[in-house]
Write a protein that binds this ligand. Structure first.
Ligand code: HEM
Length: 239
């Protein structure tokens, strides 16, 4: 990706990602009572914030590390490490987000894993865990054989995009589900499109645009590191 394209593109993505996190936090703070870590609905409110920040925004940034033009020259190892650290940080947020929702459910005796959202979400998290473990083992451990890296790389690339698509689907279905739960006839029905619904629907659209732009950048051949198929690209940790 030429630098003159990369800078405005990353500024746009950075702004969209920041807005996704800001909107999620503002929704929870302004309409859903704010935050706590005590098993209440305020604890649940950390769930969307950690999930959107970790599995959409930070993960989206982590998968674009190899599209940064300055990463194309010199050794690939520092960029691999950055990719591993950013995805690990995203994973820590995801675990905290899951703790928030499971603790909220258990404290209030709410059933677990019954919704399509929860199935999509868990699938995304399971793929993400396997992807991180496999990526670390194949690409960073020095005793991993070259044939394994060559064989596994297209699978890693495929699941990298798939996980983001699943995270987008989980986030959007989670937003929709939360609005159906919260905006009932006792408050203002969702069908009357109160300001909260407008706001949260817009958050869903922001997540969609952010995720699609990341997927587009990943799929564009001209934006890939030119030597991504060379042996140097398979440089493991400690070599
Ligand atoms: C990648 C993002 C997300 C993932 C992986 C994810 C994952 C999950 C999982 C696994 C559960 C089941 C917890 C249980 O059964 O105890 C859950 C529940 C829930 N999530 Fe998310 N979530 C994500 C984003 C969101 C967002 C953005 C919202 C918006 C508010 C949300 C709202 C909910 C709600 C309302 C529940 C409780 C009801 C249910 O189990 O479906 N989620 N989530």
């Amino acid at each position: 990706m030429p630098v003159f394209q990369f800078l405005p593109f990353s500024a746009l993505l950075g702004t969209l990602g920041f807005l996704c996190v800001l909107f999620t936090g503002f929704w929870a703070q302004h309409w859903r009572g704010g935050f706590a870590w005590d098993g209440s609905t305020k604890m649940f409110n950390w769930h969307p914030v950690f999930m959107v920040t970790g599995m959409v925004v930070l993960y989206g940034a982590a998968v674009l590390v190899y599209r940064v033009p300055i990463s194309w020259t010199g050794p690939k190892l520092p960029w691999k490490l950055l990719h591993a650290v950013l995805t690990l940080a995203a994973f820590v947020l995801v675990v905290l987000g899951l703790v928030a929702v499971f603790k909220f459910h258990s404290t209030n005796s709410i059933a677990n894993m019954y919704s399509l959202h929860s199935w999509l979400g868990l699938a995304a998290v399971l793929f993400f865990s396997c992807q991180w473990f496999m990526g670390f083992s194949a690409f960073l451990l020095p005793w991993s054989p070259t044939w394994l890296r060559v064989l596994y790389k297209p699978i890693h690339v495929f699941f990298g995009s798939t996980i983001l698509a699943l995270a987008m689907a989980a986030s959007i279905s989670g937003i929709n589900e939360k609005l159906f739960f919260s905006l009932t006839n006792e408050t203002v029905p969702y069908a009357q499109l109160p300001p909260e619904a407008w706001f949260a629907n817009s958050l869903g659209m922001l997540i969609l645009v952010f995720g699609l732009l990341v997927l587009w950048a990943l799929a564009t051949p001209a934006w890939k590191r030119p030597d991504s198929e060379s042996l140097e690209a398979h440089q493991p940790l400690l070599h």
